[in-house]
Design a protein around this ligand. Sequence first.
Ligand code: TYD
Ligand code: MG
Length: 454
Amino acid sequence: MAKVKTRYVCQNCGYISPRMLGRCPNCGAWNQLVEELEPQKVIAPVTPNSAGETKQPVKLSEITFNEEKRVHTGLTELDRVLGGGVVPGSLVLIGGDPGIGKSTLLLQVSGQLEQTGGQVLYVTGEESASQIKLRANRLHVQGKELFIYPETDMNAVTQMVQQQKPDYLIIDSVQTMNIPDLSSAIGSVAQVRAVTSQLMTIAKQQGVTVFVVGHVTKGGAIAGPKILEHMVDTVLYFEGDLHHNYRILRSVKNRFGSTNEIGMFAMQDDGLKEVANPSEIFLEERLAHATGSAVVVSMEGTRPILVEIQSLITPTLYGMAKRTTTGLDHNRVAVIMAVLEKRANILLQNQDAYLKATGGVHLDEPAIDLAMAMAIVSSYRNLGLAADECFVGEIGLTGEIRRVNLIDQRIKEAAKLGFQRIYVPANNEVTHKNQHQIEIIGVRTINDAIKKVF
Ligand code: TYD
Ligand code: MG
């Protein structure tokens, strides 16, 4: 085999050098040169693009998209996040902290895919075949058409795929895979990129659906999934904290569906179980009539979830007032507190404020403003809110309550969970047929809301 040539490319300006240099002679940046494979000089007459199609102009009206081609994994939560099922020939990256459950999820998915009649090749660079067997036993995965392949050499994997022609290829994890022609260390930026681009070629040219695990890393020499996001079709992040047993699968990029979808799972002794109704979990431990607690109906993609927002307002002891947030945007909290101060005459500058979205979720949409404000006022005045009311609305700087999107879905979800009253922006047109007898109260300004609520 001819020797594979490599070159060094500056990640900052694109300068190409045949040798490794500490400082880029073109842009002057330090440590930006990364080894990459020399591109092949011979170009095949028709090369498929990244979607696996050959380059021929086609009339838009004549292009067909067959939705039925999607494969349902049997895990509804995963299917939703993927946009309705697995698209054959796509490359899906699953990122997450080490130990969060990526391997567990993919082994379960492999078991499900195998049952749909596909053959799965599970390449493991981290664990031995017997370790996987042990896990499969816990998960009750059978594995008649599931092949475990402990290998880290990408060339060997490519050959094996050509030989075995699986329908699905699982790579656990991208950071352990190695292209021997590249001299950079396993897990380095250059290696991880080259491995991913080789996987993309496998996916598109052979129609193999590829799932790749990528560990999230804290900078340094090992490359994380962030640098791969632009190369793959779909990026899912598996999140949750290790102290809680539920996990959220979040789609941050999807060429075959909408992003911001979430799927919820609970990690149990025998694997991940789907959580069909996340709101119940988020509200499970709520204390009735506690002060500083307000429930918001927040949208995660197309899905409404009810989450409790808590606040604790206490007098500042030493000089500067403190603002601490968990799961909420620090700036958003600061704005709401300023609006309360200026428009509702609530003196907060000498108060410490601690705000939290419970259950380890991260809420970041304007519609949570009203619930945040009500939680703050409730704690400040030491007045509890009714356990069966919830809030939706964005707050503007002049204290007006602004319209939010998807109001009907939010009301429906609140009603479904037994809430009796929901405060919504007065300007929002509610077309929801109120079969659930939930009282819908429109509010115009922050003062209006405080008056009606307390
Ligand atoms: P793992 O899938 O190995 O994480 P990752 O591949 O993201 O590094 O999962 C690790 C954790 O999951 C481990 O701490 C044990 C736990 N776990 C369960 O609680 N139940 C189970 O059935 C399995 C297989 C794992
Ligand atoms: Mg793992």
